[in-house]
Design a binder for this molecule. Sequence first.
Ligand SMILES: Nc1ncnc2c1ncn2[C@@H]1O[C@H](COP(=O)(O)OP(=O)(O)OP(=O)(O)O)[C@@H](O)[C@H]1O
Ligand SMILES: [Mg+2]
Length: 414
Amino acid sequence: MSQSRSRSGEISLGPCPPDEFSGRADERKTLLEVLQEAKDHGQVVMISGRRGSGKSSFLSWAEDEIQNETKGSNCPAIRKEFLETAGMVFFTYRELLTNLKEHQKFGWFRKSLDDPKVKKSIEVGLGIIEKMSSLAGPASIGVEAGVAAARGFLPTENVDYTQLLSSFLQMFRALSEKMVEEDKFMAILLDDVQWSSGPDFQLIKDLIKSLPTRIVLIIAFRVEAENEKKHAELQGEISRFGHKEIRLGGMTEEAVKEFASRRYGLSIDDQTADFLSQKIGDPLCLVGCFNLLQKRNLSPSIGNFKAILPQALDSARCIYTGLDSKWQSRVNSLCILHPPLRLSVISCMLKEEDLVVLKDELDQSLIFRRLETELYDFAHPSLREYRRKELPEGAAVKLHSQAAKCLENLEARL
Ligand SMILES: Nc1ncnc2c1ncn2[C@@H]1O[C@H](COP(=O)(O)OP(=O)(O)OP(=O)(O)O)[C@@H](O)[C@H]1O
Ligand SMILES: [Mg+2]
């Protein structure tokens, strides 16, 4: 069971650790088939579903499955996510190229990365992104700078874009040759593609068209009213090139049983599992529901689940209500910031100066997760989204002006 759990037995809201990933048998099988087919053609697969349906968790499972040396495919996988922050054009790709360059897991892959053709295309890609850094947005500071994304490409940027696309394709082709030599494949996993900026989304669509053999692109897309058009566009491209979409719906009765056992060490009967599958289904709500059960120290009976169901259905509210006042206040102060959240900005926003203590508390917390050293985000974006909507306007204005001061301080120090 999860390392990240509270004393009362509640678990983190973050993506599920691969060894606790439950159910989704058909979806896992489909992905494994797609990986098999990578030997003949480049593969793209879109993991789609509503908020909290388990897309990021599915990516974590897939990443582990691909890289695992004993029970998996023993192949390299690089995972990156788009952040809910406007103006971060090509930021995710820059991270992707940088991580690729530094990939250490497999010796043979390290050598492939030293191949002059591969090396050159990565450097060219990074160079172009650097040159377009006016577009590359606010790096990790978290200031919203949507101007570049909103105004579209200028003619010179169009040239740069074409060069960037071509450097990615050259890199994939050169790596594809290496994969053939080694009888392996390489996977790129991109999460939260619904938040990709216009140019970032364009690059995904262009890459889908010409992915060489043994390169696999796995993308996760949250489907909701505001991005249905984008989803339909991506679906169009996916089916045009004969690729697959894996849709994550509700958890089946069997999956709910497995979930209860793997994540909470609880055994539930068929009737309770059927009730939860019918009435809740989505994993985020299930986590909210089981966490509440644990917090209240209740047994996993159908009667207890029926009693907490009304609260559990609104998972973000349910999670927020379960927090003590210190963490509620922290969530409220930080929900207006755009991810990633720097430790120094968090400390300034919360007016908590002891960075060591703060860092430790964030690392242990079930509602925040560490992205990199000193960079954090909410463990699940729904909590931020929920609190942003609920903040009274006066409080939001005050927090924004405080954030502006904190970010100014940070910029002055950088
Ligand atoms: N198959 C699963 N088995 C066990 N736990 C799961 C499973 N899928 C998701 N979870 C848990 O459910 C919650 C939501 O999952 P996750 O964050 O992966 O959803 P998501 O679809 O990526 O959400 P969003 O659209 O907001 O990004 C997390 O707490 C995660 O640990
Ligand atoms: Mg997610």
